[in-house]
Design a protein around this ligand. Structure first.
Ligand SMILES: O=P(O)(O)OC[C@H]1O[C@H](O[C@H]2O[C@H](CO)[C@@H](O)[C@H](O)[C@H]2O)[C@H](O)[C@@H](O)[C@@H]1O
Ligand SMILES: O=c1ccn([C@@H]2O[C@H](COP(=O)(O)OP(=O)(O)O)[C@@H](O)[C@H]2O)c(=O)[nH]1
Length: 783
C-alpha cells in the first residue's frame, strides 16, 4: 500500500507572491525556519495549504494566483479582512510573545477597535477559513498535518467534521511553562482543540512537558504514558526535534559560484575574523543583547578592535507590528553607537543588513564564518545553527548558541552554550571562540556535524508521519472493536449448560440503582444494592454450580453492609481484601507494596478538604479518594487541578501510584491496583477455598468500570488466557486443580454498563438491565 497523501497546513506557504501585472505574479521564498524545514518533505505526495503572503480581492487575481501556485503544489487560503487582526494581531502580537515568555503587549488595549476579543474573533474566523479549504481538498485516507500556533483551532474543526481524519499538529515555537500559558484568556479553548488531534509534536521534551502540565492544571486532564487522555480519547504527545536538509547545504557550499562568493567576501572583509548573525529581525532573537555583548567584548579586548567584525543579516519580518518596528530602531541605534565608539575610517565593527540574502550567498557566508553567534532569548529550534554546521569547510568555525534555543539541546555538545541575557558571559564566549585552537574547533564541529547529518528534515517528517500513521491505525482497530448488544438468549442458554460458573460483578453502577449525574458518587460511598436484586441475588448465590464475586473499589464495611448475608465472595478496595461471606477478611497487600506515600497524600487531601466546602475524602489501606461532588462544581474542579499539581510536585513524585480523576473525585492508589490484577490475586484463593474440582467453564463479568479497571474484561478472554492453570497469589496453588478455568469463547460474556469505548465484548445500558438479566438467569420458581 502506498503512503497516504499529505495535506500540510501552515499560515505561510513556502513562497510569498507579488503581483507584477494584471495576470502575472512573481514569487520569493518565504522567510523562516518552518518553510525551510517543510521544503524537505520530499517523500510524500504533498499539498501545501496556506496564505500566499498577500491578499487578493479581484476575481482575476485570485484565479491567476491559484493557478500559478497550484503548479507548485500549493493551495491558497485568502484571509481577506481578518488577516491583519489574525496574523499581526492574535498570532504574532498575543500568542507569539506569550509562547516566547514575553507576556502580552498592552498596546492592543489602546485602540477600542482592536481588542483581545476582536483579535481572537479574527483567529477563529481565519481557522474556519483554513478548515473550509482543507475540507474542499480532503480525500479519504489523507493525513492532515497542521503546523504551528496559527492553526490551533483547526484540529478540533477537522475532527468535528470527520472524526476519522488523521490529524497531527506540530508546534515550531516553544510551548511555555504553564504559569506563562495560563495568562492567555482563551487558554482552554486552544488546548482542547489541539487535543482533538491524534498526535501533538514539539521540538523538545521541555515543551512537551509544559504542554502536558498546562493540560493538567488548566483542563484537569492528566498525561499518562499513553498520552493525554480525556474521556477515553487519547492524544499522543511526543518530541520530534526538527532538522535541516544537510545535503542541500553541503552540496551548495561546494558549488563554484559559492566558492567565488567565499573568496569575494573574505576579500571584502580584509582578513578580519567574521562573527555572523542570521536571524529574522524578531524580538525573540536577542539581537540587541548580541550587540551589547559584542560591545562589551570590544571594550574589554582592545587588541581585537579592527581585527574582528560582526555581520548581522536581519531578515525583515512582521513589519505590521509595532514591536518589530521598535526593535529595528533599537538595533540601528546600538549599531550606530558601537560603530561610533570602536569603528575606524577603514572599517566598521558591525554591519547590520535589513534584508534577506540569496541562498548561495548565505551558504558562502556560513562557510567562511569564524563564529556564528545565536543569542535567541527563546527559540523553538533555530535552524540557522544547523545550517552553519553543515556548511563548514576545512577551517572550522565555532558555534555560540543560546541555551534558550531548542537547538541548545541538540547541538549543545559541540557549541559554547550561553545565557544571552548575561552580556558578560556572551562576551567571554566570543573571546573563547576567537581564541579556540583548531583541534578543539574540529572536535566540536565533528560532534555537531554528525548530529546534523543524521537528523534531517526528512527524518523528522518520517518520524512524525510514522507515529501518526501508527496511532491512527491502532485507533481504527480499536474503534472496530465496538461492544455489541448483550445476546441475552446465549447468556442464559450457556449458563444453563455449564457446570461451574463464575459471575463477577462490580458494585457501583452495576448492582446499584441507576443514578442521575448530579447524584453520582464514587464507587464505595454510601452505595446501596438495587432493591430489586436482593431476592434473586440470594437465589443465584445459593446455587452450588455458581460462584458469585463482587469486585469493587468500595471498602470492606460497605461490602459487608450490602452483601454480608449472601453466600458470595467480596473483594474490597479492588481486591486488596478478600472475604467469603462465611469467613473473615484477608489482606492481599504484600509486604513488597510500598505505601509510604499514603500519609503525604492524606496531608494534601486534608489541606484541600479544609479549603473546599462540601468536599470530603476517604482513606483506605492502599488508596485515597477526594470527592467534591457536594462542593461548588467550578470551584471543586479548579481545586482538583491545583491538588493534582501539589500531589505530583510532592508526595507522589517518586511513588508507584496511579492517579485517577473521576467525574468529581481524585483517587490515588498503589500502582497496579486494577480489577484485572485483583482477579489474578483472588482467583486461586476462591477456587481453592471452594474446593472446586471441575474447571470454571462459564464466566459472566459485568461492571461500570474506570478505564484502568477494564483489564478485568480481557483477563478471561479465552484466546488470551488459554487454559488458566494455577494463579500466582493463590494460597496454595498446588492444591488447586491443574486447570482452574477452561473457557470457550461462547461461554464468556464481559459486559460494560453504559460505555461505548470499552474492552468488554458487550454492553448494557444500565443496572436496570442487569436486574432483568439476573431475573432471567434465576427465575423466581428456581429460588
Ligand atoms: O512567517 P513569519 O511570521 O515571518 O515567521 C517565520 C517563522 O517563524 C517561526 O519559526 C519557527 O520554526 C522554526 C522551524 O521549526 C524554528 O527553528 C524556529 O525556532 C521557530 O521560530 C514560526 O514558528 C513560523 O511559523 C514562521 O513561519
Ligand atoms: O536571508 C535569509 C536568511 C536566512 N533565511 C532562512 O531562515 C531560516 C530561519 O530559521 P530559524 O529556525 O533559524 O528561525 P525562524 O526564523 O524560523 O524563527 C533559516 O532556514 C535560514 O536559512 C532566510 O530565509 N533568508
Amino acid at each position: 500500500m502506498g503512503r497516504p497523501r499529505l495535506l500540510v497546513v501552515s499560515m505561510s506557504l513556502p513562497v510569498t507572491a507579488k503581483r507584477v501585472g494584471e495576470e502575472s505574479w512573481s514569487f520569493t521564498m518565504s522567510p523562516g525556519g518552518l518553510v525551510s524545514a517543510l521544503l524537505g518533505l520530499k517523500e510524500f505526495e504533498t499539498k501545501w495549504i496556506g496564505w500566499p503572503g498577500v491578499d487578493v480581492h479581484d476575481a482575476v487575481g485570485k484565479q491567476t494566483l491559484s493557478v500559478a501556485l497550484a503548479e507548485k503544489g500549493c493551495v491558497l487560503v485568502f484571509l481577506e479582512e481578518v488577516c491583519d487582526q489574525y496574523y499581526n494581531g492574535y498570532c504574532n502580537n498575543i500568542l507569539w510573545p506569550i509562547f516566547h515568555y514575553m507576556g502580552t503587549p498592552p498596546e492592543y488595549r489602546n485602540d477600542a477597535t482592536i481588542t483581545y476579543e476582536s483579535q481572537y474573533d479574527a483567529y477563529k474566523k481565519a481557522n474556519q477559513i483554513f478548515f473550509d479549504v482543507v475540507k474542499e481538498h480532503y480525500e479519504d485516507g489523507d493525513i492532515v498535518w497542521c503546523h504551528d500556533y496559527h492553526v490551533m483551532l483547526l484540529p478540533q474543526y477537522l475532527k468535528e467534521y470527520n472524526s476519522k481524519m488523521k490529524v497531527g499538529w506540530f508546534l515550531h515555537t516553544p510551548f511555555p511553562s504553564s504559569e506563562m500559558y495560563k495568562t492567555l484568556p482563551s487558554r482552554s479553548d486552544l488546548l482542547c482543540s489541539v487535543l482533538a488531534a491524534d498526535l501533538v509534536g514539539f521540538h523538545t521534551y521541555d515543551f512537551a512537558r509544559h504542554f502536558e502540565d498546562a493540560c493538567m492544571c488548566i483542563l484537569g486532564i492528566e498525561a499518562t504514558s499513553e498520552g493525554v487522555v480525556d474521556q477515553g480519547k487519547v492524544t499522543q504527545v511526543a518530541v520530534f526535534p526538527i532538522g535541516i536538509e544537510p545535503e542541500r547545504f553541503i552540496n551548495t557550499s561546494a558549488l563554484s559560484e559559492v566558492i567565488q562568493y567565499m573568496e569575494k567576501f573574505k576579500n571584502d572583509f580584509g582578513g578580519r575574523k567574521l562573527i555572523l548573525g542570521v536571524d529574522r529581525l524578531d524580538t525573540i532573537k536577542g539581537i540587541p543583547q548580541k550587540y551589547q555583548a559584542f560591545e562589551k567584548f570590544l571594550e574589554e579586548n582592545e587588541d581585537w578592535r579592527g581585527k574582528v567584525m560582526l555581520l548581522q543579516i536581519a531578515v525583515p519580518t512582521r513589519n505590521g507590528i509595532g514591536e518589530y518596528q521598535k526593535i529595528k530602531d533599537q538595533c540601528h541605534g546600538l549599531v550606530g553607537r558601537i560603530n561610533g565608539r570602536f569603528g575606524s575610517i577603514s572599517a566598521v565593527q558591525i554591519i547590520h543588513l535589513d534584508c534577506s540574502i540569496e541562498f548561495n550567498q548565505l551558504c558562502a557566508l556560513y562557510a567562511i564564518t569564524d563564529v556564528l553567534l545565536v543569542t535567541s532569548l527563546r527559540d523553538g529550534m533555530n535552524l540557522v545553527s544547523s545550517e552553519f554546521v553543515a556548511c563548514q569547510k576545512a577551517e572550522k568555525g565555532v558555534l555560540i548558541l543560546s541555551e534558550f534555543a531548542g537547538a541548545g539541546q541538540s547541538l549543545g555538545a559541540g557549541a559554547l552554550l550561553v545565557n544571552p541575557w548575561d552580556i558578560k558571559e556572551v562576551s567571554t564566549a566570543i573571546g573563547e571562540a576567537l581564541n579556540m585552537s583548531p583541534e578543539e574547533k574540529e572536535r566540536k564541529h565533528k560532534i555537531n556535524f554528525e548530529y546534523v547529518k543524521t537528523h534531517s528534515t526528512q527524518q523528522w517528517a518520517d518520524d512524525f508521519m510514522n507515529k501518526l500513521i501508527e496511532i491512527t491505525t491502532n485507533a481504527e482497530l480499536q474503534a472496530a472493536n465496538v461492544p455489541h448488544e448483550l445476546p441475552e438468549h446465549d447468556v442464559i442458554q450457556q449458563y444453563s449448560k455449564s457446570n461451574n460458573r463464575l459471575l463477577v460483578f462490580g458494585f457501583y453502577g452495576a448492582l446499584t440503582q441507576p443514578m442521575k449525574n448530579q447524584e453520582r458518587s464514587g464507587d464505595g460511598m454510601n452505595l446501596e444494592l438495587h432493591p430489586q436484586l436482593k431476592e434473586r441475588l440470594k437465589a443465584l448465590c445459593s446455587d452450588p454450580k455458581t460462584t458469585v464475586v463482587v469486585l469493587s473499589r468500595s471498602e470492606k464495611n460497605i461490602l459487608d453492609k450490602n452483601f454480608g448475608e449472601y453466600n458470595m465472595w467480596l473483594a474490597a478496595e479492588n481486591g486488596m481484601f478478600l472475604r467469603h461471606t462465611s469467613g473473615e477478611w484477608v489482606t492481599k497487600i504484600t509486604e513488597h507494596m510500598n505505601l509510604e506515600w499514603i500519609d503525604g497524600v492524606k496531608h494534601v487531601f486534608k489541606y484541600f478538604t479544609e479549603r473546599t466546602p462540601g468536599s470530603y475524602f476517604e482513606t483506605s489501606e492502599a488508596s485515597l479518594v477526594w470527592n467534591y461532588e457536594h462542593a461548588d462544581a467550578e470551584f471543586g474542579k479548579a481545586q482538583a487541578r491545583d491538588m493534582l499539581q501539589h500531589l505530583w510536585a510532592g508526595p507522589i513524585s517518586n511513588a508507584s501510584v496511579d492517579v485517577v480523576r473521576g467525574e468529581q473525585s481524585v483517587e490515588v492508589h498503589a500502582v497496579g491496583v486494577t480489577k484485572g490484577s485483583a482477579m489474578e490475586r483472588i482467583l486461586g484463593d476462591i477456587v481453592h477455598n471452594k474446593s472446586m474440582t471441575t474447571p470454571i467453564d462459564y464466566v459472566l463479568c459485568i461492571g461500570c468500570f474506570l478505564g484502568k479497571d477494564e483489564d478485568v474484561y480481557t483477563f478471561f478472554e479465552p484466546e488470551l488466557t488459554k487454559k488458566i492453570k494455577s494463579i500466582p497469589g493463590g494460597d496454595s496453588p498446588k492444591k488447586v486443580s491443574s486447570t482452574i478455568v477452561d473457557l470457550k469463547g461462547e461461554d464468556y460474556f464481559s459486559v460494560a454498563i453504559g460505555q461505548t469505548y470499552t474492552k468488554a465484548r458487550y454492553f448494557l445500558d444500565s443496572s436496570d438491565d442487569v436486574v432483568q438479566l439476573i431475573h432471567k438467569l434465576c427465575p423466581h420458581n428456581n429460588a
